[in-house]
Design a protein around this ligand. Structure first.
Ligand SMILES: N=c1c2ncn([C@@H]3O[C@H](COP(=O)(O)OP(=O)(O)OP(=O)(O)O)[C@@H](O)[C@H]3O)c2ncn1[C@@H]1O[C@H](COP(=O)(O)O)[C@@H](O)[C@H]1O
Length: 133
């Protein structure tokens, strides 16, 4: 599998580019310029919040099942490929959900950047101590 060391393009810019495409479809759909019959993205925007959020649940479940299959196959190449495809479906639908809520992948990446270097164990303990949980 690909590692970050030999990745030719930046992950951020790949996400940003796809998010631009999705946002353009969203805006074109709202302006009556994208046809849900020819654009899957426009079709989901035409259906609204519930359909978009339901797809995330479905795609997450499919990714989990693909991961279980990959493990059962001892990480066989074909199962790994299927797992990557399901994860791609999940990430794509997350981008649609972000767009539906006027958010961008950059917002999520900024949040992950903010968390860099903070142990999840420490973060949870701090939340408990401050009564947030
Ligand atoms: N990356 C994707 C992408 N990934 C997955 N999908 C679609 O997501 C759909 C959902 O996958 P499922 O496995 O649930 O398949 P399904 O059973 O057909 O879906 P449902 O009937 O259950 O909704 C499929 O139709 C896939 O083709 C995508 N559709 C579009 N894109 C990107 O979005 C761009 C714009 O797409 P359009 O809006 O269709 O022009 C494309 O150029 C691509 O870059």
């Amino acid at each position: 599998m690909t590692s970050s060391a030999n990745k030719p393009s930046s992950l951020d810019s790949a996400f940003a580019h796809l998010a631009d495409v999705v946002d353009q479809r969203r805006d074109a759909f709202k302006a009556g310029q994208a046809d849900p019959k020819t654009s899957y993205t426009a079709l989901l925007f035409s259906k609204g919040d519930d359909a978009i959020l339901k797809k995330i649940g479905e795609e997450a479940t499919e990714a989990v099942m693909a991961a279980k299959d990959a493990r059962s196959s001892n990480l066989a190449a074909e199962q790994q490929k299927l797992l990557v495809a399901e994860m791609a479906d999940l990430w794509f639908h997350c981008l649609i959900a972000l767009s539906q809520f006027n958010l961008r992948p950059e917002d999520v990446i900024a949040e992950l950047d903010r968390r860099l270097g903070t142990s999840g164990i420490e973060e949870k303990a701090a939340r408990k101590a401050s009564g947030q949980e």
